[in-house]
Design a protein around this ligand. Structure first.
Ligand code: AP5
Length: 314
C-alpha cells in the first residue's frame, strides 16, 4: 500500500520510537523533509518513508514508531517552511496510521474454504465475497466444467462422474485444484469453493501445506435444496447465478440467454446430495477448529452479513 506523498518545504523532523521515546534509526536532525508516504515492507508491516531532497532519509516501522514530529528550528525560518514541516510530519504520522490500520485485515492473506450441499448457495455467496474482499475464487466445479468444455484428458475423465453427480476421482481433481492454487493471483488470498469434498482431498491439501484460516459451512435443509437446484439458471455472459423464482433475471434479453446445468435435474441432484452427506462429516472433522456454520436458509444478503462479519474477524 502506498499513500500518495505529501510534500512541503520543511524543517527537520524526527520519528520517535513509541516505546522508548528515542529517535528512530536513520532520521537525522539536519535532514529537511520534503515528503512522506506510507507503505508496507517486505513482511507486510506498515512503515512511513520520510524523504529529503533526492534521497530517502528514513523508513520508520509502524511497529516501533507512533509519532513523527518536527524538531529544531525551521530550516528557512519562515512561517511557510514551518507549515511545510508540519504538513510533512503530519503526513508521515498519518501514513503510518493509515498503513497500520489496514494491517490486521489486509496484511494477512485470507484463505477461505466454503462448503455446503449442492445448491446451498456457495457460488452465490462467493460472488458477494469476491466483490467485497477481492479474493481469488476457485470453484472445483467450474474448473471441472471448463476442462470438460475444453475436451482435455482430465475433462473427458471427469464428465461421466459429473453426469451422474458422483465425485470426480482424486487423481483428476486434486492436481487440478493444487495447480490452480499455485497461480500468482492466489497470493492475494483465495476462496476455495467445493473443495475439499472428501477426507482424501482434505488430506491431500494438508500434506501439500495448504491450510485455510476459515472453513465456512452453509447449512440448508435438504427439502429446500432441490427447489433451488431445478430453478437455477446461469448467465453465460457474466456468470451471474439466477433462480427463476428467487432471483429471476432482470430483463427478457438476459432471460433469453440463460443456460441450465446438465446436472441440475432432480434425479442427479438427489445423488449429489447423498454424496455430500456421505462425505461431509469426514471433511468437517479435519477443520473443526476453524469451522463456522452459517444458516444458509435465509435471504442471500442476510447470509452474506454473517459471512462478512466472520471474514472481517479473521
Ligand atoms: P459444483 O459445481 O461444485 O456443484 P455443487 O456442489 O453441487 O454446488 P452447486 O454449484 O450446485 O450449488 P451452490 O452451493 O454453488 O449454489 P448456488 O449459489 O449456485 O460441482 C458439480 C459437480 O462437479 C459435482 O457433482 C462433482 O461431480 C464435481 N465436483 C465438484 N467439486 C468436486 C470435488 N471437490 N471432488 C470431486 N468432484 C467434484 O445456488 C443454487 C441456486 O439457489 C441458485 O439458483 C441461486 O440463485 C439460489 N440461491 C442461492 N442462495 C439462495 C438463498 N439464500 N435463497 C434462495 N435461493 C438461493
Amino acid at each position: 500500500m502506498t499513500n500518495g506523498p505529501t510534500t512541503g518545504r520543511a524543517r527537520p523532523v524526527v520519528a520517535r520510537d513509541g516505546a522508548t521515546g528515542r529517535r528512530a534509526r536513520g532520521v537525522g536532525r539536519s535532514a529537511t523533509v520534503v515528503a512522506a508516504r506510507g507503505e508496507r515492507d517486505r513482511d507486510g508491516d506498515a512503515r512511513a518513508v520520510v524523504l529529503a531532497p533526492k534521497r530517502e532519509i528514513a523508513q520508520v516501522s509502524a511497529k516501533k514508531a507512533v509519532a513523527v514530529e518536527p524538531v529544531g528550528k525551521p530550516a528557512i525560518g519562515s512561517t511557510a517552511a514551518a507549515c511545510g514541516a508540519a504538513v510533512a510530519a503530519a503526513a508521515a504520522a498519518l501514513a503510518i496510521k493509515r498503513a497500520s490500520s489496514g494491517s490486521s485485515n489486509s496484511k494477512k492473506q485470507k484463505r477461505i474454504v466454503i462448503a455446503g450441499a449442492p445448491a446451498s448457495g456457495k457460488g452465490t455467496q462467493c460472488e458477494l465475497i469476491v466483490k467485497k474482499f477481492g479474493l481469488t475464487h476457485i470453484s472445483a466445479g467450474d474448473l471441472l466444467r471448463a476442462a470438460v468444455a475444453a475436451g482435455t484428458e482430465a475433462g473427458l475423465k471427469a464428465k461421466e462422474y459429473m453426469d451422474r453427480g458422483d465425485l470426480v476421482p482424486n487423481e483428476v481433481v486434486v492436481t487440478m485444484v493444487k495447480e490452480r492454487l499455485s497461480q500468482p493471483d492466489c497470493s492475494k488470498g483465495w476462496l476455495l469453493d467445493g473443495y475439499p469434498r472428501s477426507e482424501e482431498q482434505a488430506e491431500a491439501l494438508i500434506e501439500s501445506g495448504i491450510q485455510p484460516d476459515l472453513f465456512l459451512l452453509l447449512d440448508v435443509p435438504d427439502e429446500i435444496l432441490l427447489e433451488r437446484v431445478v430453478g437455477r439458471r446461469l448467465d453465460p455472459v457474466d456468470g451471474t447465478i439466477y433462480h427463476m423464482t428467487f432471483f429471476p433475471p432482470p430483463t427478457p434479453e438476459i432471460a433469453a440467454r440463460l443456460t441450465q446445468r446438465s446436472d441440475d435435474t432432480e434425479e442427479k441432484a438427489s445423488n449429489r446430495l447423498s454424496v455430500h452427506h456421505k462425505n461431509v462429516d469426514a471433511v468437517v472433522g479435519k477443520y473443526e477448529t476453524i469451522m463456522k456454520t452459517v444458516d444458509g436458509n435465509r435471504a442471500k444478503q442476510d447470509v452474506f452479513k454473517d459471512i462478512e462479519r466472520l471474514i472481517k474477524a479473521m
